[in-house]
Structures are given as structure tokens and as C-alpha cells.
Design a protein around this ligand. Structure first.
Ligand SMILES: Nc1ncnc2c1ncn2[C@@H]1O[C@H](COP(=O)(O)OP(=O)(O)OP(=O)(O)O)[C@@H](O)[C@H]1O
Ligand SMILES: [Mg+2]
Length: 583
């Protein structure tokens, strides 16, 4: 290499290095220039990664050697490349003074591939504080590097160092920006005051976007595991993959530390614990291709670490808030139930007393009326009056019986049964009634309904009351839809029976009153049907819900606790299997 050539090459290097093209292209350009100016050579750059391994990342061209070398990532200090990076000392070898086993120094048994090379240069790409990588130049011509060539390589290594430093700076700042953007997006979600699951979904999406992950899976435990954990996934995930993710998450939960595990052929799952007050409350996992820009390896850990820390404190608040909301809801409904029961109880006592007072005189009236009716010498007019008395006494007795049923505490005779059997029995009964001829009853019973622990006779009473109301609302003609299905309410399983009619619904002005005793809009109604039904259902720890579509129809839904739950929540010996419940 002549001096003129050297000067020209050097100025080209400086020109490339300071140009405006992408950094990668600048690095490749410098390697090409080295290749062109040093006879029979090829130039490569190893980059020192954060895990202290060197990766062959840039080559002036693909050669059999570079293909062999690229999968191997020597550790700092390992082999010739690793030791140059560690010592940060330039080394030039010729075929005469090359260590006998240079091939071995590079990688295993490479002697054969090394054979065509005659000159070897290894230059650290470093400054005073840090080594960024190695410039490796191999040539199959000449006996040794000339002084000019050495100077060219030295300057090239310096320019490369500047470029790589710049690239690191770029990735670093774009990483920071991504991180800040991610955190601010997550922050917005965390304060959005929505329900936990939808927040988790959004967070999974944000994390997946940031990491360019294939899928992100988040599991969060609530109430110290009292409730089943919530998990969400963003991205496509098969059943098998989900199983695998669960195993990794269990491992993270058990060991309370992050894990990264190879997944499928070329993917990795990174799993991170979410910790609150020193306790692990969940796991966040991301699955992605191994080493894809902008983050790779260590970086995944870094960003997930930041995210999981951020989430930990955010979730603490959300979980507290969700729990508080649950408790408040529970409290409210308990309060409503108590008020309703109390109202019923005092009204019940009063009516029971009155009923009792009326019952005796009524019996007397009825008795005398009957005796009078037996007399033969009555005039037709008198006979008609007496019949009216007897009919009305009968009706009053009926009402009294209703009142007493409502007021008295009739003990439940409970058994474990399938509610579908009870309701379908009632439906068949009505179907065979000629008065119900013009009522079209549609049944839809879900299979595998859990059993309930209830008094079948009293439940029949409930269904009859509601069905009769439907019949009366439709004036004997219309459609009734009956469904039985499972329903989870606040993590508790219920069996629901819904009865929907097409009787025009309930006037919104009175809908709040329909469960009150003696509330009726019917000429001959007592207004006790729904209050008796409500009392029976409440007594079974269930509830009745009304979905009213005024102008169309009303739907009454009866919820009864599924058997598993009712035993676990009443293990105070009150309930004896198949027996009756003392109250
Ligand atoms: N399916 C329904 N469609 C429209 N209104 C209804 C329906 N069910 C109940 N109601 C309204 O609720 C009121 C109270 O019903 P409830 O069954 O307690 O008493 P009732 O039917 O009037 O009398 P009883 O059942 O004692 O003979 C009814 O009078 C009616 O106004
Ligand atoms: Mg009724």
C-alpha cells in the first residue's frame, strides 16, 4: 500500500464515518473499504454484548470462516477474540508467527478453514473506559501487514469505535424514550378506575407492543388467593402454550424471581414476579423471538423489571379498590336484605295477629251460615244471600290462610335436588290445565346444572306464584319462556330460574312495590304472592331479580346458591343433610 493510497483510504474512512447514512451502513462501508485496500482480505467486527459475550455482527463479506464463526459467541477472555477484547491490545500475526492452534483459538477445530489465510489482525474497538468490540481482518495474500496497512487499521478501529458508541447512545436513548412512553401509557391505564380485567388487558397490549412480543400473559392474585386468580393474554396462544406459560408462572411464584425459558424453537418466555408489600401477587410473562430489535436478551429483563415494579405499586391500589368495591356491594345488598326482611317480619307479626283475631269470628259466621243454609223453608231471595255469605266467607278464609302462611315461619324441609325437576313438574301441571291452553310455554334448561339445597314444596309455591302472575298479566294468552342456567355472582355459583312473560310488564311507577305484602293492582288480588315468594327465596339465601320491559313483558329471575357453596358458607351445623333446617 502506497502512502498516497493510504491517505486516500483514510480520507474515505473519515468521509464514510461522518456521513449521514445509517450507522450500520457506515460500519459496513468501512469494512468494505478495508477489504478493498488490503490485498486478499476480509474484515469483520465482533460486538461485545451486555452478557460479556462477543458476537460476530458485521462482515465485509460472508466467507466460509464467518459462517462457521457467527453462531459461536466467545466470552470475554475466551479464545483469541475474547482475550484481545479483555486486554484491549492489538495483535498482528503472520503465517510464520501465528500460534500453532490459531484455529482453535478462534473456535474449536478450525485449522482447515484457517489454512488459506496468511495474515491476521485483531484490533480492539475501545476507548479508555470501555471495549466495544473487535476488528478482525484476515488476508490470504502477503507475508505481513505493512506499516501503512497497520495505520489504516488503527484509524479504522478508532472510527469504528466512535460509530459504535454513537449507535449505543442512539439505542440507549430510544430505549429510554420507549420505556418512558410505556410507563406513561401504563400509568394512564392504572388510574383509569376501570375493572381489573379490562385494565390488565390494556396493560398486556402495551407491554406486547413495547417488546414486540408474540404474546403477553398476566396473572394477578386477589385477596391473597381467596378468589381465583385473574389472567389475561394478549396475542395468539394455544392451549398447550398456555399450559406451558402456567408452569413457568408457577415457578416464578414459587421462587419469587424472574425466569427466562426457551420456548418453541426460536422463542423465549420472560416471566417476572409482580410483588406487593413483599408478597408475590402475580406474574407477567412475555414471549418473543430470540433477539429481535430494539431489545434483546438482557434488555428484555431490564424493561420488564421496570414495568413489573411499576405495576406492583399500581396494582396494590387497584386491588384495594376492587376489594373495597366488592365489600361495599356486599354490604349494600346485605343491608337491603336486612331492611326487607325486617319490614316483612314486623308486617308479618301484625298481620298474623289480625288474621288470628279474624279467624274465630269468621269460623263462627261460616258455621252459622251453613246451619242456616240447611234450613228447608228459606225463600229463594234468602237462599241467594246465604250463598253469597258462604262464598265470601270462603274467600276470606283463603286470604287468611295466605296471610298466615306468609306470617308464620314454616320450617324448610330441604333436600339436595335439581331445580330443573321442580320447575318442569310445575310446567307440566299448568300445561294440562285447559285454562292454560292459549299459553305457549318454552323451556330451555341448561345441562349440568349444579344441585341446590332447598325445600321443593316451597320452591314450587314460588314458581306457581310467579307463573300465575304471568298468566294474569297476559290475560290467559301469550308466551312464557322458562330458562334454567348457572350464574357466577361475586365468585359464588348460583342456579338461576328465569320466567319471562309477554304480559306488558310492570308500570315503572309501581315496580318498587311489587314485593311488598298486600300490594296488588288486581281487583281480586291479595298482593301476597310475590312477598311470600321473596321470603321463601331469601330464606334459601337466594334472591329474586326483576327485569321489567314496560310495554313488552316482565322477567322474574330466581337465584339459588349452588349446593357446594351453600354448604361451605353455612357450616355452623344448621343444615343437616336431607333433614330440615331449624330456624
Ligand atoms: N308478570 C307480571 N307482569 C305484570 N305485573 C306483575 C307481574 N307480576 C306481578 N305483577 C304486579 O305485582 C303485583 C303484586 O304481585 P303479587 O303476586 O304479589 O300479588 P297479586 O298477584 O296482585 O296477588 P296474589 O298473588 O296475592 O293473588 C301485581 O298486582 C301486579 O301489579
Ligand atoms: Mg300474584
Amino acid at each position: 500500500m502506497k502512502d498516497m493510497d493510504l491517505i486516500e483510504a483514510l480520507s474515505k474512512i473519515v468521509e464514510i464515518s461522518h456521513s449521514n447514512i445509517e450507522i450500520d451502513s457506515r460500519l459496513n462501508g468501512i469494512l468494505k473499504l478495508i477489504e478493498r485496500n488490503i490485498n486478499g482480505s476480509e474484515a469483520h467486527i465482533y460486538i461485545l454484548d451486555q452478557d460479556n459475550r462477543l458476537t460476530l455482527r458485521y462482515s465485509s463479506r460472508k466467507s466460509p470462516l464467518s459462517i462457521l464463526l457467527s453462531p459461536h459467541r466467545p466470552l470475554l477472555g475466551e479464545g483469541i477474540v475474547g482475550s484481545i477484547a479483555q486486554k484491549r491490545e492489538t495483535q498482528f500475526f503472520t503465517i510464520q508467527n501465528v500460534p500453532k492452534r490459531l484455529g482453535f483459538l478462534l473456535l474449536g477445530d478450525l485449522d482447515k478453514v484457517i489454512v488459506p489465510y496468511r495474515r491476521f489482525a485483531f484490533l480492539p474497538i475501545s476507548d479508555e473506559s470501555k471495549c466495544y468490540g473487535i476488528l478482525m481482518v484476515l488476508s490470504s495474500y502477503g507475508s505481513s501487514f505493512t506499516e501503512a496497512e497497520k495505520r489504516l487499521l488503527n484509524i479504522a478501529a478508532k472510527e469504528l469505535m466512535g460509530l459504535i458508541k454513537l449507535a449505543e447512545l442512539y439505542t440507549d436513548s430510544s430505549k429510554r424514550i420507549t420505556e418512558l412512553m410505556t410507563l406513561s401509557e401504563i400509568g394512564k391505564v392504572l388510574i383509569s378506575n376501570r375493572d381489573l380485567t379490562s385494565m390488565l388487558k390494556d396493560i398486556a397490549l402495551i407491554v406486547a407492543k413495547t417488546l414486540s412480543a408474540e404474546f403477553v400473559h398476566i396473572t394477578i392474585k386477589e385477596k391473597n388467593g381467596e378468589k381465583p386468580p385473574r389472567s389475561v393474554t394478549f396475542g395468539e396462544i394455544t392451549k398447550d402454550q398456555e399450559e406451558e406459560v402456567k408452569k413457568i408462572e408457577e415457578l416464578v411464584m414459587k421462587e419469587t424471581r424472574r425466569q427466562s425459558i426457551p420456548f418453541m424453537n426460536d422463542h423465549v418466555i420472560y416471566s417476572y414476579p409482580v410483588i406487593s408489600k413483599g408478597q408475590i401477587i402475580g406474574v407477567i410473562s412475555a414471549c418473543k423471538m430470540r433477539q429481535t430489535a430494539p431489545f434483546s436478551g438482557q434488555d428484555e429483563f431490564y424493561i420488564l423489571d421496570t414495568i413489573s415494579h411499576y405495576l406492583s405499586s399500581g396494582f396494590e391500589n387497584i386491588i384495594l379498590r376492587t376489594e373495597l368495591k366488592d365489600i361495599l356491594e356486599e354490604l349494600n345488598s346485605a343491608q337491603e336484605r336486612i331492611i326487607a326482611q325486617e319490614k316483612l317480619r314486623s308486617l308479618g307479626e301484625m298481620t298474623a295477629n289480625i288474621a288470628h283475631e279474624i279467624k274465630n269470628p269468621l269460623l263462627v259466621i261460616g258455621g252459622f251460615a251453613k246451619r242456616l243454609a240447611k234450613k228447608l223453608d228459606l225463600r229463594p231471595q234468602e237462599k241467594r244471600y246465604l250463598n253469597i255469605i258462604l262464598r265470601e266467607v270462603g274467600r276470606l278464609e283463603g286470604i287468611l290462610n295466605d296471610v298466615l302462611t306468609y306470617a308464620k315461619d314454616i320450617p324448610f324441609k330441604r333436600t339436595v335436588l335439581n331445580i330443573t325437576d321442580v320447575i318442569s313438574e310445575i310446567v307440566n301441571l299448568f300445561r294440562s290445565d285447559p285454562l292454560w291452553e292459549k299459553i305457549d310455554i318454552e323451556e330451555d334448561y341448561e345441562k349440568d346444572i349444579p344441585p341446590v339445597y332447598c325445600d321443593p314444596e316451597q320452591m314450587k309455591q314460588v314458581f306457581i306464584n310467579i307463573l300465575v302472575n304471568a298468566y294474569e298479566a297476559m290475560e290467559g294468552e301469550g308466551k312464557i319462556g322458562i330458562r334454567v342456567f348457572k350464574k357466577e355472582i361475586q365468585a359464588k355459583s348460583y342456579v338461576a330460574v328465569s320466567i319471562a312473560d309477554t304480559g306488558g310488564g310492570i308500570d315503572p311507577l309501581i315496580v318498587d312495590n311489587i314485593f311488598n305484602p298486600f300490594f296488588t293492582t288486581k281487583e281480586k288480588g291479595t298482593g301476597l304472592g310475590l312477598s311470600i315468594s321473596n321470603k321463601i327465596v331469601l330464606g334459601h339465601k337466594g334472591k329474586i331479580e326483576v327485569q321489567n320491559r314496560f310495554g313488552i313483558g316482565a322477567t322474574f329471575i330466581i337465584y339459588l346458591p349452588a349446593y357446594e357453596d351453600s354448604t361451605s358458607s353455612s357450616q355452623n351445623g344448621k343444615i343437616r343433610e336431607g333433614g330440615r333446617e331449624e330456624r
